[in-house]
Ligand binder design. Structure first.
Ligand code: SF4
Length: 365
C-alpha cells in the first residue's frame, strides 16, 4: 500500500512551537472543537490544539472534574495542571459541549493559570442571527487578543490570514475526497490530517499537496469504511482497521471531517470567518438537526462507496451518544451496517475494540 513515509516530513509540535516563538510569535493552546483560526494568525498567534493528549495521567484533574466528564477534558486539564502547556501564552476554550464549558469555567474561576483564558461560543440555530452572534464573539476575541499582544491587524493582514486558512481547508477537503486513491496507511493519512491541529496553515497546505501528488488512478483494494465520532485515538485503532482489511475512506470525525469548513462569502473579515464556521458540516456539538447529520453521512457513504460505518466514540461524550440511536436507524434504513466502539483516550485501546473491528470487517468481506 505504501509508497512514501509522510510522517517523516511532518514537523513535530515541539519544533513548530519553538520555530514560531523564535520568530516572535505567540502560542495559543486551544481546546476542541470549533474556533476561528484566522483571527489568531492575524495577531501572529499560532493556535495549537489540545485534544487530550492521549495517554496522560489524569489524576491531577480528578479533584476538579466529575468522573463522568470525558477523557478529552480529563487529559487536557491534567496536562495543563502538570505544566505541560507552560509554553502557551494563552488558553482558548470553545464552548463545544457541557464538558468543555465546564472546563472553561474551571480555568477562569478555580484553576486560574497564570496566562489569559479566553472562551468562544459558536452559536447554534438559524444562519443569519447565529452569524451576527458569532461575528460579535470574534470581535470580542479580537479585542482580547489586541490587549494581549498590544497590536491590531490591518484589514489586509486579516484578509491574508483568512485566505491561508481557506486554502488549507480546501486542501483538507481534497485529501478526504481522494482518500481511496492515496497509497498511504490510515495512520500516515491521519498523521497529516491531524497535523492541521498545530501546523501553520501554509505549511499544512504544502504537505497536503505533497500527499495529493501521490494520488494514483486506481482505488486501494481494502474495504472502504466511514468513520464517525470524535477522534481516532488511541491511534492503534487505525492500524487495527488496516490490519483487518479495512480503510477509512470517508470521515465524519469531529477533529477532522467535521472541520472541513467552506469559505465564507462576505468581504467583511469577521463575518467571513463566522460564515465559514457556521457553514461547516453538520455536527452534534453545533446542535445540527439529526436528519442533517444522517443526510451528510449517507452522502459521504455514497460518494466513497463505503461498505460499513464505524461509530468511534469517546466514553461519556453526551453530544455524540445522544444522536447515535437515530443516526444508526437512518443508516440501517439504506442497508448500511454499523459498529459502535467506545474508547477512553487516557487508556490503551481495549482488546474488546480490536475484536469488534475484526468481527465487523469479517461480516463485510
Ligand atoms: S468528547 Fe464529547 S464530551 Fe468530550 S469534549 Fe468532545 S464533544 Fe465534549
Amino acid at each position: 500500500m505504501n509508497t512514501k513515509d509522510f510522517s517523516l516530513s511532518i514537523p513535530s509540535r515541539q519544533k513548530i512551537i519553538s520555530d514560531f516563538k523564535a520568530k516572535g510569535g505567540k502560542i495559543a493552546a486551544v481546546f476542541p472543537i470549533h474556533y476561528p483560526r484566522a483571527i489568531f494568525r492575524a495577531f501572529d498567534i499560532l493556535p495549537v490544539e489540545v485534544w487530550g493528549p492521549p495517554g496522560v495521567d489524569t489524576s491531577p484533574a480528578a479533584t476538579h472534574l466529575q468522573v463522568y466528564a470525558c477523557s478529552i477534558v480529563h487529559c487536557g486539564l491534567s496536562y495543563l495542571m502538570a505544566g505541560k502547556l507552560d509554553v502557551a501564552d494563552l488558553f482558548v476554550v470553545p464552548h463545544a459541549c457541557d464538558s468543555l464549558q465546564g472546563l472553561g469555567s474551571l480555568l477562569l474561576d478555580f484553576v486560574k493559570p497564570d496566562k489569559p483564558v479566553l472562551t468562544f461560543y459558536l452559536a447554534r440555530g438559524d444562519l443569519i442571527p447565529a452569524t451576527d452572534f458569532v461575528v460579535d464573539e470574534i470581535a470580542q476575541l479580537a479585542d482580547k487578543l489586541a490587549e494581549i499582544t498590544g497590536k491590531r491587524p490591518t484589514d489586509s493582514e486579516l484578509a491574508k490570514a483568512i485566505e491561508r486558512e481557506e486554502e488549507a481547508d480546501q486542501q483538507l477537503a481534497e485529501l478526504f475526497s481522494v482518500r481511496r486513491f492515496l497509497p498511504v496507511s490510515d495512520r500516515e493519512f491521519y498523521q497529516l490530517v491531524r497535523a492541521r491541529e498545530y501546523l501553520p496553515a501554509e505549511l499544512f497546505f504544502r504537505l497536503a499537496k505533497e500527499m495529493l501528488d501521490q494520488k494514483q488512478d486506481t482505488a486501494l483494494p481494502e474495504i472502504p469504511l466511514l468513520i464517525t465520532g470524535i477522534l481516532p485515538e488511541p491511534m492503534d485503532i487505525l492500524d487495527r482497521i488496516n490490519a483487518a482489511g479495512g480503510l477509512l475512506a470517508a470521515d465524519d470525525l469531529c477533529c477532522s471531517g467535521r472541520r472541513v469548513y467552506p469559505p465564507g462569502k462576505s468581504e467583511q473579515p469577521y463575518r467571513r470567518m463566522a460564515e465559514s464556521l457556521l457553514l461547516g458540516p453538520a455536527d452534534s456539538t453545533r446542535g445540527s438537526p439529526i436528519q442533517a447529520r444522517i443526510d451528510r453521512l449517507l452522502e459521504l457513504a455514497r460518494s466513497a462507496s463505503v461498505k460499513g460505518v464505524i461509530f468511534y466514540n469517546v466514553k461519556f461524550c453526551e453530544p455524540e451518544q445522544f444522536d447515535w440511536p437515530q443516526i444508526k436507524q437512518g443508516l440501517a434504513s439504506v442497508g448500511l451496517r454499523t459498529v459502535e466502539i467506545e474508547a477512553d483516550i487516557s487508556e490503551q485501546l481495549p482488546h474488546q475494540a480490536i475484536t469488534r473491528v475484526e468481527a465487523f470487517l469479517e461480516t463485510l468481506s
